[in-house]
Every structure is written in C-alpha cells, then in structure tokens.
Design a protein around this ligand. Structure first.
Ligand SMILES: Nc1nc2c(c(=O)[nH]1)N[C@H]1C(S)=C(S)[C@@H](COP(=O)(O)O)O[C@H]1N2
Ligand SMILES: [Mo]
Length: 221
C-alpha cells in the first residue's frame, strides 16, 4: 500500500492530481542530456580532417570483375553476388562519423552502397543467428553481434565522398558500421557468415574488445 492511500480524501485527490502532473512532466527523470545534446566526439578521440589508412599491410587489388561476396551460415537463403548482382541491389547513401580505436575520428563521411538490412532481408537469418563474422580478401576477419549489423546506418559501401572506394580504403566493397570502432568495418569484403555463437576475429583474438563501442570506450579487453 502506498502512503497516499492513508490520506483523507481531499488531500488524497490533490496528491493524485500532482502525481499525474509530475508524470506528464517527467518528474524524477535523471536529468541526463537528451541524445541531441550528447557530444559528437566520443571520449578519448581527436578530430582529424584526412582519412588515414590502417590495415595488415597488404592491399588486395581486386578488379570489380574478380570481386565476389558470399553470405551464409545460419540463414534460410545463402547467396553469392558478383559485382553486377551487387550493383543491381537497391542503393542507399548515408553520412556518418568514423571513430578509430587509434583515437582519430573523422566526421561526415558520405557512403554509398547496399544497406545491411537489405542483405539481411535477402538471406533471412534463422532465429538462432546472433552474431556475424566478416571475412576479407586479405585474410582479415572481424565479428559483431547481429544486432550491430542489423542497424539503419550500416552498409556494404562501394563509394566514399562520391567516388569509388580506393583499394587502400577497402574497394571494391567494405563494411561500414558507424556506431563501432572502425576495426569492425571490414575492408575488401569477401564473405559474411551468420553464427549462433560468438567467435573472435583477427584483432579480437589479439586483445581488442569483442564489441568495440566508442561511446563506452570499448577499446581493449
Ligand atoms: N580487410 C581488412 N579490413 C580492415 C583492416 C584490415 O587489416 N583488413 N583493418 C581494420 C582496422 S584496424 C582499421 S582501423 C580500419 C581502417 O580503415 P581505413 O584504412 O579505411 O582507415 O580498417 C579495418 N578493416
Ligand atoms: Mo585499427
């Protein structure tokens, strides 16, 4: 029983009216800043204007003719796309910020490509699928929870700032997952595997955080 149940009736109705007003006004909310007021730069990051290149040191130079993508694992309809198949999918454009674990961030990157959600709708992950592994043409791998791949700002990008992705930045096609550190955005994408259980990728095996959320500074384990 709450304390106001013991009040005589007039006091009680007044208190109820006040409580209804507080509920409307959101009284008791923590006062945390609304999302719009959150700083744009995650903790520990510094803003740069250029676009540094970071990878394992080998740059696959795949022509569009040689590129292909296979998508499988815990899905109803595995698929394989050659370049023309990929370009025939609905195309999207996004603008997002990059946050690299090595502490640089770059704002307003304009990407074009195929939405992750479109790919997911094509392959239809089985209910037990909860993680995704990306594999690249240089042997790189990186893992994310399916919920991180299944987001409205995630895409398989073929262009950056209106021009085809250079080989250095992962062309013909790279993943872009803006809400995670950039090591999760696999360059030279070759395969996407849906998995029931989590598995670490190249950097995750070597001490990087499994999830990599820049807002929680999930850099290393
Ligand atoms: N295939 C592949 N993808 C990769 C990497 C890599 O070595 N190979 N490095 C990752 C890391 S650690 C970073 S920081 C970013 C760098 O992307 P950029 O060179 O376009 O800045 O790519 C990520 N994707
Ligand atoms: Mo990195």
């Amino acid at each position: 029983m709450s304390d106001d149940d013991d009040l005589p009736l007039p006091g009680r109705t007044k208190l109820i009216a006040a409580k209804e007003r507080w509920a409307r006004e959101g009284r008791g909310l923590t006062g945390a800043a609304p999302p719009a007021a959150r700083p744009r730069l995650p903790p520990g990051q510094r803003l740069v204007g250029d676009f540094p290149v970071l990878d394992l040191g080998t740059t696959p130079r795949l022509s569009e003719r040689d590129w292909s993508l296979s998508v499988g694992g815990a899905v109803e309809r595995p698929l394989a796309w050659r370049w023309d198949d990929f370009r025939a999918q609905p195309q999207v454009e996004t603008v997002s910020d990059i946050h690299c674990v090595t502490t640089w961030s770059r704002y307003d990157n304009h990407w074009a490509g195929v939405a992750a959600r479109h790919l997911i709708a094509q392959v239809r992950p089985r209910p037990e699928a909860r993680f995704v592994m990306f594999r690249s043409w240089d042997g790189y791998t990186t893992n994310v929870p399916l919920a991180r791949f299944d987001d409205d700002d995630v895409l398989l990008a073929h262009s950056w700032q209106g021009a085809p992705l250079t080989p250095e930045h992962g062309g013909p096609v790279r993943v872009v997952i803006p809400k995670l550190y950039l090591w999760k955005s696999a360059k030279w994408l070759r395969a996407v595997t849906f998995m029931e259980k989590d598995q670490p990728g190249y950097w995750e095996i070597r001490g990087y955080h499994d999830e990599g959320d820049p807002w929680n500074e999930e850099r290393y384990r």
